[in-house]
Design a protein around this ligand. Structure first.
Ligand SMILES: Nc1ncnc2c1ncn2[C@@H]1O[C@H](COP(=O)(O)OP(=O)(O)O)[C@@H](O)[C@H]1O
Ligand SMILES: [Mg+2]
Length: 260
């Protein structure tokens, strides 16, 4: 089982050495990748997924437990300890959810464990989404939030990879704070690209990207921890207000009053 991943810095888009020359990520840690569009966030996540060996456009190198990974990890998808989920990731299946998960669990895990793995995956997904997933519904009929919850649960429980990467996956319909807590409990290293203040503040550190380079690593400080809770309350209040507006209600006396 893998304990850590290391990124050795390469160069920025203009060829300068990256200000952050080395980044260590341990299993159980959560890293948020932040920065404007075009700053190199997706490229960084791809370097991780490919186990860059100095030959990608950035010149970065990825180490596993401190050493270059065996080529098998790079070449055989089923041997990779990394699951990458992007906006474009989908299941490409119209099987019922239960059957799909069972098939996948039999391949990735063992036939005897498959039943238990399916139950655990559904339970995990249902903790992430407010709309419970029925094992009998077709994969293609899942809502956006249900599909994203199932993707994360499938990567975490069925694939059981120690590293999960999320590249700007839309988070509507997903309880993000809950997702982080569950991923921590499953001892995963979790790297996600996000613009969401609440999730970014819940991470152990924020990696700041600019001009294609890793420019700073901000470890979460006392203020981040304190303000994460505030951001969470604001998120919650806004979600409730959105519902109230949708339901045609007036807002006087609503959760928003706390911020008035
Ligand atoms: N270090 C780098 N060296 C060369 N090109 C880079 C580097 N980092 C990013 N790029 C290029 O810059 C463009 C934007 O990067 P991308 O990772 O898509 O940004 P973001 O995901 O933050 O919007 C892409 O074409 C990518 O290939
Ligand atoms: Mg991107």
């Amino acid at each position: 089982m893998l304990d850590s991943l290391t990124i050795l810095g390469g160069r920025s888009r203009t060829g300068e050495p990256e200000p952050v020359g080395r980044l260590d990520l341990r299993v159980g840690e959560v890293l948020a990748v932040v920065g404007p569009t075009g700053s190199g966030k997706t490229t960084l996540v791809n370097d991780l997924e490919l186990f860059a060996d100095g030959t990608t456009s950035t010149g970065r190198k990825v180490l596993v437990d401190g050493v270059p990974p065996p080529s098998r990890m790079r070449d055989e998808p089923s041997a990779s300890p990394i699951a990458l989920i992007t906006q474009h990731t989908s299941f490409l299946s119209d099987l019922p959810v239960g059957e799909f998960l069972l098939t996948h669990a039999r391949i990735r895990r063992s036939p005897t464990a498959a039943g238990r793995v399916v139950e655990e995956t559904l339970a995990f997904a249902n903790e992430l989404t407010g709309e419970p997933i029925d094992a009998r519904s077709r994969m293609t009929d899942l809502s956006g939030g249900q599909a994203r919850a199932l993707l994360i649960a499938d990567a975490t429980v069925v694939c059981d990879t120690p590293v999960v990467l999320l590249d700007e996956v839309e988070n509507a319909g997903i309880d993000r704070a809950r997702a982080l807590a569950l991923l921590r409990r499953h001892r995963k290293a979790f790297v996600f690209v996000t613009h969401d203040p609440h999730v970014a503040l819940l991470a152990d550190a924020r990696l700041v990207m600019k001009g294609g380079a890793m420019t700073a690593l901000l470890r979460a400080d006392e203020a981040d921890r304190r303000l994460a809770a505030v951001a969470g309350r604001m998120d919650f209040a806004l979600a409730r207000v959105r519902e109230a507006i949708r339901a045609g209600e007036r807002l006087a006396g609503s959760e928003l009053e706390a911020f008035a």
